[in-house]
Write a protein that binds this ligand. Structure first.
Ligand code: AMP
Ligand code: GLY
Length: 437
């Protein structure tokens, strides 16, 4: 089977690595991929994975490639191509592709759409309203005493959410989006939500257009600094599962969030096949959905796929063919084994501008540790060496029987890797251990 993976980050390296283990895969490409992805080979026949000089947003180029090579399955990592309708375009040409179609991808591409959907179908979320005029937006922000999240409606590279704790901050955020248009078209409408407090977790549900099944919980670490301080990033690390929901808690997520979501999709005629990733705050008043994403999380995927003991392709087939009903709710126990921790190593300056081209040392030694895999995000090859090529450079991921074991192993691997200016958080998974470090 010939497989094409779209994207270039740590999530896509994890997807490529996992799919490359499938005995059913005979050829694999990644567009555009990265240096770590280009170093992978297929378990079935030893063929290297080939990276293509095609950007994830170059839909016509990707379509022409898939048609010419008769790709059997395309797997989409990032949100942008999904929002642009890559799935619809491939399907029109009779090509098999995994991910939500453009209409279904609106759960991520429009926060206003998601918010209206949640209210219509009774999915617990923050108190919220959508605005295109600054005056009305400010009146609502004042009602919330300035304690609110101001969110650009559209995709804004993960930067379109401003958390405010005073009227002054909220008014500035509203002006930046609606008046000064600092977020371009994405900020023409804003969603304002009350600021919620609690433990934030990532849920991932595999969906087949009718039925959805939850993966174990995961937790991302969005702030750059230890103790959740400093600027928001694309994610500095993740682990799965978390100890914050037991079996009854997971049942509650399925009943309160997924069941009304499935009902809503049926009601609206939305055919969602792929991964639904709700960001959820566990508040004193129960779980509340902060946002929906319509794809795998990065770096959550790196942790999930380290735990997955069976072929990911089988799950993708069930999702595409409407076969999830047959997957009992306890499939999690047979698909996911142990605990995994992913520690992101980033360049100096991240999430601001970063220098590139720093030589990365110690990768082989780190990768030799048991149940450890170093996923590449922003890397390139120069003169036969791996060098840094972006803000988030590596996702150093390890699995173990317990969180403590996985964590110890991940940090042991991190310590074997060096590049100039490397920064990472030392407290990934710490909340689950109930300590600060
Ligand atoms: P989003 O891009 O919507 O996930 O928002 C980015 C981050 O902002 C989330 O991961 C949360 O940590 C935080 N956030 C978003 N909405 C809220 C809210 N209503 N209350 C508190 N924190 C929020
Ligand atoms: N883990 C954050 C994201 O993928 O959006």
């Amino acid at each position: 089977m010939k497989v094409l993976v779209i994207g270039s980050g740590g999530r896509e390296h994890a997807l490529v690595w996992k799919l490359a283990q499938s005995p059913r895969v005979s050829t694999m490409w990644c567009a555009p991929g990265n240096a770590g992805i280009a170093a992978e080979a297929l378990a079935s026949n030893g063929t290297p994975v080939q990276c293509l000089n095609l950007a994830a947003e170059n839909l016509s180029g990707l379509l022409a490639f898939a048609a010419e090579k008769r790709v059997d399955l395309t797997v989409v990592g990032p949100d942008n191509p999904l929002a642009m309708g890559i799935v619809d375009q491939f399907q029109e040409k009779g090509l098999r592709i995994w991910g939500p179609n453009q209409r279904a991808a609106q759960f991520e591409s429009s926060k206003a759409f998601s918010q209206a959907f949640m209210e219509k179908y009774g999915i617990p979320t923050a108190r919220s309203k959508t605005f295109s005029l600054a005056g009305a937006a400010k009146r609502f922000a004042a009602e919330l005493r300035g304690r609110c999240a101001v969110k650009a409606d559209g995709l804004a590279l993960g930067k379109g959410v401003l958390l405010c704790r005073s009227e002054e901050e909220a008014f500035r955020a509203i002006d930046d989006m609606l008046v000064h248009q600092k977020y371009g078209a994405a900020g023409r409408q804003v969603v304002i939500q009350e600021l919620l407090e609690g433990m934030e977790i990532s849920l991932h549900a595999l969906c087949d257009g009718r039925v959805s099944r939850l993966f174990p919980t995961a937790q991302d670490h969005k702030r750059v600094g230890e103790g959740d301080t400093g600027a928001n990033t694309g994610g500095m690390g993740a682990y799965s599962p978390t100890p914050f929901l037991d079996a009854a808690g997971m049942e509650q997520m399925a009943d309160r969030i997924l069941a009304p979501w499935e009902r809503g999709c049926r009601g609206e005629g939305i055919d969602f096949r792929g991964i639904l990733y709700p960001g959820v705050m566990l508040t004193r008043n129960g779980p509340k959905v902060l946002e929906f994403n319509a794809r795998f999380g990065d770096p959550e995927t790196q942790a999930y796929l380290m735990l997955m003991s069976k072929d990911l392709l089988d799950l993708i087939d069930l999702s595409l063919d409407g076969g999830l009903e047959g997957l009992t709710k306890d499939f999690v126990a047979s698909y996911f084994r142990g605990v995994a921790v992913c520690v992101v190593m980033a360049s100096a300056g991240y999430p601001g501008p970063c220098e590139k081209g720093k030589v990365i040392r110690g990768l082989e030694e780190a990768g030799r540790l048991p149940r450890t895999k170093v996923f590449h995000a922003g890397t390139a090859r120069a003169d036969g060496e791996f060098v840094t090529n972006g803000g988030r450079v590596l996702g150093v991921t390890a699995a173990g029987a317990t969180l403590a074991e996985a964590r110890a192993r991940a940090y042991q691997a991190v310590r074997k890797i060096q590049f100039d200016g490397a920064q990472y958080r030392r407290d990934i998974g710490a909340k689950a251990l109930g300590s600060a470090t």
